[in-house]
Design a protein. Structure first.
Length: 633
């Protein structure tokens, strides 16, 4: 019997494959489809669902993007409810605009896609000396992100189509001159404000409350005296710095690293260049751009014919106030010090050569390379400390993946405490007290503000079992594990424990009411009979650009108060816990008439803002047209 199986093994394997593979494919695809259909929808756009996994994935991408742009940002901010809601709103907007673009048959041309790609500094840096794109490096860059060129360009094309939906509306905005003048006059308006403050602190001494009053206040506001839920925890963190602390660097490794870096010293090459700049506004008309470029070409021909006159021409014609007086000399600089187009032009020149006309956001440049210098390599003994630190950091990065796997296994295999993982990996077990909103104490470790850590602590299983959490992945190549030591439930404190606190709150509330009543009484009296100037603070002239030290609420109120002719207006501002302020508001001096250039800039900026407003209004209408539903709170 067994010989039959052994002698016909290949035939049996083929039969099994024929039976298993179709079943796997059929049920696998069906199972995946059912999973997608069962995924929790968080929003709908025209009947099309946005699921929670899609939302989570989009938010992860957004968090990683912002973390890369702003390495020092607190990730708790990026993981907040407000941040997650903003991501969902962006997803909804993308779906709405995609539907609108498809209905309008808006498509981005190949030329427009190419132009958009080259606006990306990273992609633009992949150009060859002749100006063409290095396709191989471009594909390698995308492959590192798990994308093909076709996928990436399809995404760019779709984004351009979506952008076109509202861009047409924004670009068509028009403001009449009268509207511009009215808006700028209101925006730059100045007003003279004199105020009198009525503070609760001035009334506290006169407030009398009985024990019965305090008890009644406590009974009416019991929830205000509830202690927050807390968890006392222990935790450990594994990061590249912790791994680096246990990395040793041998003398041979250090010398090899030194030799490799010395051989690559050319990257520190510095160059000295001079330039002639003709300023050109990026938003200038085509005629203006053509005029300035023609002038630049004429200057280029002049200095190429007589290179020794470059400094003389720069002094006379360059519009760079920082270098013109020095003959355009920009002194020594290395890579990364100048804008990309300028830097590429300088490092493509040989000593003494003059570039063609180079365009940047500052205008048109004609560049001459004055000199090149190669820094002397730093002696080994002098560089030793710095290089050892660099090498240790690099080795730690490579070893981190291995250590991370050990970390994850140890916290899972020995769940009764974090001491074993700390001992095995040379980490420190720390303790802290957490509330659901974050750690207690301003000096707490930033890791404890991570939403993922708070979620790992404040779940029923972790609070009840008091066992190690699983390894928690954080940004910046960090892992953490936590264990609850003590759980303190939220509870209303008894009256006896908070009687003094309740009395202080009640007195403060009554003092605030007294201050507000005094302000209202003064307002009515001063409207009838203005007080002596000594009753008010020295008047100051405020505007939306300069609050002159007044509270923002006071400035907003003063600038929105209606004035009749030249007569002053009297008004009151409720400042909450700070009390109240009574204001005397007068017209301030008229704004000086701006010059023609500033008027043009203001008109352009107002048109841009108006266009943005119309685009937002149009997007709101599209959301209604496509029946947007947000299904989460």
């Amino acid at each position: 019997m067994f010989d039959l199986f052994r002698n016909n093994m290949k035939v049996l394997m083929a039969l099994l494959m024929l039976l298993i593979i179709p079943s796997f494919v059929f049920f696998g695809i069906e199972g995946y489809t059912r999973f997608r259909e069962a995924a929790e929808p968080v929003a709908r756009v025209g009947g099309e669902r946005i699921t929670r996994p899609e939302w989570d994935a989009a938010h992860r991408r957004e968090v990683e993007r912002l973390s890369a742009l702003m390495p020092n940002i607190d990730r708790a901010v990026l993981e907040s409810d407000e941040s997650r809601r903003a991501t969902l709103e962006r997803l909804i907007t993308e779906r709405v605009l995609a539907r609108a673009a498809a209905d309008m048959r808006l498509v981005a041309t190949d030329r427009r896609v190419a132009d958009e790609l080259l606006r990306d500094p990273t992609i633009a840096s992949l150009r060859k000396p002749d100006g063409t794109l290095d396709v191989q490096r471009y594909q390698d860059l995308l492959r590192a992100q798990g994308l093909t060129a076709e996928q990436f360009e399809a995404g760019v094309r779709a984004e351009l189509a979506r952008r076109s939906v509202t861009q047409v509306v924004a670009d068509s905005a028009f403001l009449p001159r009268a509207s511009v003048e009215l808006a700028t006059r209101a925006f730059f308006e100045q007003r003279e404000v004199a105020q009198a403050m009525f503070r609760p602190a001035d009334h506290v001494a006169r407030i009398q409350v009985s024990d019965a009053d305090v008890r009644a206040y406590y009974d009416a506001n019991r929830e205000a005296f509830r202690t927050p839920e807390q968890a006392v925890i222990e935790y450990v963190v594994l990061d590249p710095q912790a791994v680096a602390a246990r990395v040793t660097v041998s003398e041979q490794e250090l010398r090899e690293y030194y030799e490799k870096n010395v051989a690559d010293v050319a990257r520190n090459e510095q160059r000295r260049a001079a330039h002639i700049l003709l300023q050109l506004d990026p938003n200038a008309s085509a005629e203006e751009k053509a005029r300035v470029r023609a002038e630049a070409e004429k200057l280029l021909a002049e200095v190429r014919a007589q290179p020794d006159r470059f400094a003389e021409v720069a002094k006379a014609r360059s519009q760079d106030p920082g270098s013109a007086a020095r003959g355009g000399d920009l002194d020594w600089f290395g890579r990364g010090a100048m804008v990309k187009a300028f830097e590429d032009a300088v490092f493509a020149l040989k000593k003494g050569e003059i570039s063609g006309v180079v365009e940047t956001e500052f205008g048109l440049h004609i560049i001459r390379l004055l000199d090149v210098r190669q820094p002397e390599p730093e002696p080994f003994e002098k560089a030793r400390g710095r290089l050892e630190e660099e090498l240790r950091r690099q080795l730690a990065q490579r070893r981190f993946a291995e250590e991370a796997e050990r970390f994850s296994n140890l916290v899972y295999e020995q769940p009764e405490g974090l001491a074993p993982v700390a001992q095995a990996l040379g980490l420190t077990v720390r303790q802290a007290t957490l509330e659901r909103t974050g750690p207690v104490g301003a000096e707490a470790d930033a890791v404890l503000r991570e939403p993922a850590v708070l979620r790992a602590v404040f779940n029923e299983e972790a609070l009840a079992s008091k066992r190690n959490s699983a390894a928690i992945e954080l940004g910046g190549s960090r892992l953490a594990a936590v264990r609850v030591l003590e759980h303190r439930r939220s509870e209303v404190q008894p009256f006896e424990a908070v009687a003094a606190q309740a009395k202080a709150r009640l007195v403060q509330e009554k003092a605030r009411e007294a201050a507000l009543a005094a302000a209202r009484e003064a307002l009515e009296r001063w409207r009838q009979q203005p007080p002596a100037d000594s009753a008010l603070r020295t008047p100051v002239v405020v505007s939306r650009q300069d609050a002159r030290g007044l509270a923002p609420a006071v400035v907003r109120h003063a600038l929105s108060t209606r004035l009749e002719g030249d007569a002053p207006a009297w008004t009151l501002v409720d400042l909450g816990a700070e009390g109240a302020a009574v204001l005397r508001v007068r017209r301030g001096p008229e704004r000086e008439a701006p010059d023609a250039a500033r008027q043009r800039n203001e008109r352009r900026e107002l048109a841009r803002l108006w266009g943005e407003g119309e685009a937002k209004a149009y997007l709101t209408a599209l959301r209604e047209r496509y029946k947007v539903e947000v299904l989460v709170k």
